[in-house]
Ligand binder design. Sequence first.
Ligand code: ATP
Length: 312
Amino acid sequence: MSSMISVSGLSKSYASGTRALDAVDLDIRKGEIFALLGANGAGKTTLISIICGLVTPSSGSVLVDGKDIVRNYKAARAKIGLVPQEISLDMFEDVISTVKFSRGLFGKRPDPVLIEKVLRDLTLWDKRHAKSMELSGGMKRRLMIAKALVHEPEILFLDEPTAGVDVELRRDMWELVRQMRKEGVTIILTTHYIDEAEEMADRVGVINKGRLILVEEKETLMKKLGRKTLTVQLADPLKAIPPALADWNLSLSEDGNTIEYVFDTKAERTGISALLGRMADLGISYRDLNTQQSSLEDIFVDLVRTPMEAAA
Ligand code: ATP
């Protein structure tokens, strides 16, 4: 797959002195869904804003389909649809004029058929003559998406698209994202909801304090960094973990009925058979066993933990 966005050596220090981005290199492939994860203030919006040409970088460069976002702004920007975090609409303008105007901004010919399709897809068609101020919060968000899509961008940025939206709108948005991907649009989204990245993304990037600390295929990431927990339901409760099982670092539930063993899925030996063998030697029998894969959330929390927290 070829590269749709190419970010190299990108740094940004704001006038206040905050270093929001620090030497970021990133390639976004054509047609992928890329999820950018990071805590509040990690630098996600700054990165998106620079790629979209809204904020100037302190150093480094961004190519959008081969076009430099600073030197060739118009051509690069025309390929991008941006749904920002904040809703910004002319409150006195009606829905249909708002989207027509957005399309016109990119010098595209009027296209009533396309406009109707976009508004219908976002269930805004019935509201096309309503002024922005007459829309509910969810409808305003839909309108922000319509505005971003109406010039037929090849790349779509969604900056925390589902923060504070209801379940139905969230589901509709993901349906739309899947649809757009089928049509070949490259999608970059930022989110705090890790389950969303887990469900939607092909690749995941983790940004922490302005540095891109990891970029990985979602599947690989989950396998590589994933740990599993083995839960053993004991036939008879234990008062304490026997010293002979100390090597496994087990934890015992309060009622003494369950043992948990966290193991590394990438390790050559997981230690499970040795553990079960030793338990049999000690006469500890069990009723049930099950294993559970750690989620992307566990992985993420581990990655962005400060060394101090990790040591605690
Ligand atoms: P969130 O998840 O809260 O939206 P984010 O990952 O998008 O956070 P950014 O908005 O990129 O983070 O902010 C990164 C850092 O840059 C923060 O420390 C923020 O305070 C700072 N920052 C962002 N915009 C500006 C600005 N215009 N002027 C000064 N500092 C800024």
